[in-house]
Design a protein around this ligand. Sequence first.
Ligand code: MFK
Length: 160
Amino acid sequence: MTWEPPHDGPLPQHHHNCLGCGDRNPHGHHLQVRLEGGALHARHTFDERHAGAPGITHGGAIATVLDDVFGFAGYLIGQPAVTRSLSIDYDRPVPVGAICDITARLERREDRKLFLTAEGVDASGARLFTARALFLVVDLQHFHGPRPPDSSARSSRTLL
Ligand SMILES: CCCCCCCCCC(=O)SCCNC(=O)CCNC(=O)[C@H](O)C(C)(C)COP(=O)(O)OP(=O)(O)OC[C@H]1O[C@@H](n2cnc3c(N)ncnc32)[C@H](O)[C@@H]1OP(=O)(O)O
């Protein structure tokens, strides 16, 4: 069977328990990532659970969301890929409760290496953060570690 690039529109979650996008993770961000014109997009609102300083989103929560959006690059190439490095510039505080639009792009690929960039902006278009990541393509054997006890959390629509 040959692989075809996905069409514009919503992309499937990585798996149901994923911290970034899983719909069954009660602690997760429940991200919904879309492909639009070759770029990955997510509109997200951080809430009180994600605060660092009062009313301001924790940088680690932002990193979680960025890492997960980058993880959708696997759908662009039809192969799973995992984070090797992630670097973030936090340009402005991200208020809890404010809309944040994230766009990520696969800038180039060198064999297994995927070089990715991302930007987050607020509702006015002001830049909140930028990020760079190196993801490495892995085979499915990479994920053959301890499995979640609830095997029903997996389905044929997810990657794992
Ligand atoms: C689609 C399936 C589901 C995906 C879910 C995504 C969820 C969201 C994203 C995540 O949270 S992923 C989880 C967090 N990441 C990990 O758990 C990965 C842990 N690290 C590893 O398992 C290994 O380090 C890894 C598989 C990523 C790489 O190990 P390898 O031994 O295969 O690669 P290696 O370290 O030798 O590096 C490969 C190449 O990258 C280069 N490289 C490594 N680090 C680099 C760096 N920082 N900058 C530039 N190049 C770098 C390295 O020099 C080398 O270049 P060459 O191939 O040309 O020799």
